[in-house]
Design a protein around this ligand. Sequence first.
Ligand SMILES: Cc1cc2nc3c(=O)[nH]c(=O)nc-3n(C[C@H](O)[C@H](O)[C@H](O)COP(=O)(O)O)c2cc1C
Length: 311
Amino acid sequence: MALGRLAVTVDVSARVGPLELQTPLVAASGTVGSVWEFARVADLAAYGAVTIKSVSAEPWEGRPVPRLAPTGVGMLNGVGIQNPGIEAWVTDIVPRLRNLTTPVWGSAVGNSPDEFARVSKGLESAGLSTVEINLSCPNLEDGRMFALDPVSSGAVVAAVTASVDVPVGAKLSPNAEDIVAVASACAEAGAAWVTLTNTVWGAGVDIETRRPLLSGEVGGYSGEPLKPIALRCVREVAQALPDLPIVGCGGVMHGKDVIEYLMAGASAVGLGTIHFAEPRAGRRVLEEVERWCSQNGCDRLDELVGSVVPW
Ligand SMILES: Cc1cc2nc3c(=O)[nH]c(=O)nc-3n(C[C@H](O)[C@H](O)[C@H](O)COP(=O)(O)O)c2cc1C
């Protein structure tokens, strides 16, 4: 009798604070359109959750083109969070999300705590069961990104958690000088998890035209080179705040990147820029995660969370 290697059935479910996810993969905001179009090309069952593009209280026009620029490795974007505003979003988009079986996470953005709260309330009233708040956005009061400052980040989270009942996650920026202080302020204000991270600031020049690659000059740099930066944030927060759930995000291309984020302390992992080159990446990445687990005798993904061994 030939004794082959026994296939291990892997439990790929994940838990992010109060949220139970079927898989650890989360489609990152702004990289899967309004979700319903993405659902026509990708297998949403590969994801534990998919996140909408951030929505603001009023319509935002976004920046002029060019606002996306591949840079060889990674990608620059300066879209300026173009969106139709919460009222139009609820009217036009919500009916198209009704038949989806994968949980859809809301994403709120604003220029003041009140605006964040208004949008989050609108997302909750529209039936979304979770809201992620995108703190990489300028505060009208001082023009600085909320995510750079623990006090203003905490004020946004407090305003949102006071106005909705659904779990609220805070999406932070790798540009913050002290990511632990910002994460800690968000947790104290009631965030159920933090997403680490949004894009890092970057810029580029087209040497033929001598113009900046983006109309806004500086934009968000994402993709493969972001991974070590986001992982550094995950490690710092996981060590300082071990009870705060983390969604790791930045530069995931393969299943092994997901394993790395889980070991570093994330409970779930976002996929963003990969979707522009490979819209069906979620299914492939999930299969790679399952294969790695089978080959390494891991039958439950949550065993891996924070399993990094210190030197
Ligand atoms: C074109 C583009 C648009 C994005 N728009 C948003 C957004 O509206 N809200 C948000 O929270 N993050 C937004 N992001 C950030 C991503 O959700 C993600 O955090 C970031 O790109 C890092 O992950 P990645 O390296 O896998 O892309 C955007 C990213 C890209 C590339």
